[in-house]
Design a protein around this ligand. Structure first.
Ligand SMILES: Cc1ncc(C[n+]2csc(CCOP(=O)(O)OP(=O)(O)O)c2C)c(N)n1
Ligand SMILES: [Mg+2]
Length: 546
């Protein structure tokens, strides 16, 4: 069998459904092998977008998403997506081509050391040097990418190796289970939670796995311990339920931080320090129990005293079994904080101004989606508003990136989300800055015949940096942009372009675009003048008074 065919057979053995990519001459053997395969090639208009799609496929399914690029410029375009998957713990395998390695063809034309370039961005990066090594190399890349903590792996398939022949067969995945936590560490956690007066649960990104979600639901149902989540832990537990205390969208000074200060024991499920800190730990104030697959990386803002290392779902199940609600637990302070936080969340939800108030924007989008529908956020000011104000009921229904926090991933991730979940409504929410970083993928979405809505939140600026600039006392400079007519731009791709010119029009457009097939873009102007007042001052002042 030709090496390229063996490679594709090995991908099939891993259950690969899609390859997102943009091939070059060095991938042509592999491309030809794909032609005869059930794997669907999703051709994109930029490798970075292909990488974001593959990472999102991995994030949603737990199986590595696969992307493909050529050598040199194609591979360098994958770099941001590699970092996105690696920091965000999304399983992804990247395949790049290379000139022949056994003989030189064109000197150094287009050659960069891609394997080395990928080293700091991946769990593993390697060049295939013979056809016979393909089955083990592919299996190993998928094993590593998918193993907790998931991330990116890279394989380089040079064109002369792709043309070799081999008699090998793909290697099947082994039957394997993650080890459970040690009895003594469970006992230490049980003791600390039972002894506490005000235990509190924090849900982080690593808790966002199917079984862990189920176990956490059981844990909170049985014990009634209130919870909050990090930005990437949103949706693991129902945020409309009576135990929710909010999202740690800010690192400090929010209502939820008042609850954290009152807690004497925090059970941190699935957090790691790659996410922006949900709170800052201070010496000796309270016991923090770290529940994760791996030990906590100690940091000046995170140094848990008790660690329960092992399969997270198993740990949560065992904690729920071993603990009964304690008569001395006292959640009255949390209840007061929750009541005030909910009251504050409702402010501006019916604000009638246009350009739209960010809280109203979140409310309108929330009203247009069902609990299983998916919002895919890019990075910008609106992300903070959505993280704080939008309430999720199901896991992975608000996809945001609080790890690399890159611009440009929102729209490609929505394309991947729709491919994975064709039965759900998917809305990409992007700034006028972030959307234009990968807007060319409108063509991909239209070509794929997807039903999808893109909401472009327009402030004619890099708004988030403007907010920071003002916060840091700098003069307003260097952050205003011009914009195309977004609706006309979308129509030029064969998508449906809309502009909302009132709050009522936005509500109507959000509803109608959900019922009309095709790719829709809605341009909505936003009023960010309340960024500073609400996020920097009002929340701090109101919560400090609690
Ligand atoms: C690739 C990349 N470049 C720059 C940044 C820094 N950055 C973070 S948010 C932001 C502005 C985003 O602007 P826009 O998409 O218009 O959203 P807005 O904040 O205006 O709502 C910038 C420049 C980043 N996170 N990622
Ligand atoms: Mg903007």
């Amino acid at each position: 069998m030709k090496a390229s065919q063996l490679f594709v057979r090995a991908l099939e053995a891993e259950g690969v459904e899609y390859i997102f990519g943009l091939p070059g001459e060095e991938n042509l053997d592999l491309l030809d092998a794909l032609r005869g395969s059930a794997i669907r090639l999703v051709l994109t208009r930029h490798e970075q977008a292909a990488g974001f799609m593959a990472a999102t496929y991995g994030r949603l399914t737990g199986r590595a998403g696969v992307c493909l690029a050529t050598l040199g410029p194609g591979a360098t375009n994958l770099v941001t997506a590699a970092a996105y998957a690696q920091l965000g713990a999304m399983p992804m395998v990247m395949i790049t081509g290379q000139k022949p390695i056994k003989s030189s063809k064109q000197g150094h034309f287009q050659i960069v050391d891609v394997v080395d370039m990928m080293r700091p961005l991946t769990k593993s990066t390697r060049q295939l040097v013979s056809a016979d090594r393909i089955p083990a190399a592919v299996r190993e890349a998928f094993r590593l990418a998918q193993q907790e903590r998931p991330g990116a792996c890279h394989l380089e398939l040079p064109e002369d190796i792709a043309r070799e022949t081999s008699g090998r067969e793909p290697i099947a995945a082994s039957h394997s289970r993650r080890p459970g936590a040690d009895d003594k560490s469970i006992a230490a956690a049980v003791e600390a939670i039972c002894a506490a007066r005000r235990p509190l649960l924090m849900v982080g990104a690593g808790a966002n796995r199917n079984t862990t979600c189920r176990m956490l639901r059981r844990f909170t149902d049985r014990l009634g311990i209130p919870f909050f989540s990090t930005q990437m832990g949103k949706g693991v537990l129902d945020e409309t339920g009576p135990l929710w205390l909010g999202t740690a969208a800010l690192s400090d000074g929010d209502f939820v931080h008042r609850a954290i200060e009152r807690a004497d024991c925090i059970v941190n499920v699935g957090h790691d320090v790659i996410e922006k800190p949900p709170f800052f730990m201070r010496e000796g104030r309270r016991t923090v129990i770290h529940v994760n697959y791996f030990a906590a990386e100690v940091d000046p803002v995170y140094f848990p005293q008790i660690e329960v290392i092992g399969d997270v779902a198993g740990t949560v199940w065992r904690l729920a079994e071993a603990i009964t609600p304690q008569p001395h637990w006292d959640f009255a302070a949390f209840d007061r904080i929750r009541a005030r936080a909910l009251e504050h969340l409702a402010r501006h939800a019916d604000d009638a101004r246009f350009p739209i108030h960010p809280v109203r924007l979140v409310a309108e989008v929330g009203a247009a989606v069902g609990e299983r529908d998916i919002l895919c956020l890019d990075n910008g000011m609106y992300k903070l508003w959505f993280a704080r104000y939008h309430r999720c009921r199901q896991p992975n229904t608000l996809l945001l990136d609080n790890a690399l926090a890159t611009m440009g991933a929102g729209f490609p991730s929505a394309i991947a989300a729709r491919l994975v979940h064709p039965d759900r409504r998917v809305i990409a929410i992007c700034g006028d800055g972030g959307f234009l970083m990968n807007a060319q993928e409108l063509e991909t979405a239209v070509r794929l015949g997807l039903d999808l809505t893109v909401l472009v939140v327009r402030d004619d600026a890099y708004g988030m940096i403007k907010w920071k600039q003002a916060e840091m006392g700098f003069a307003d400079y260097g952050l205003d942009v011009g914009n195309p007519d977004f609706a006309a731009y979308a129509r030029a791709y064969g998508a449906h372009g809309h502009r909302a010119d009132s709050v009522a029009a936005l509500a109507r457009l959000l509803r109608e675009t959900g019922q009309t097939p095709g790719v829709h873009l809605i341009d909505v102007a936003v009023d960010y003048t309340d960024n500073d007042r609400i996020l920097n001052r009002e929340i701090q002042e109101l919560s400090a008074a609690l």
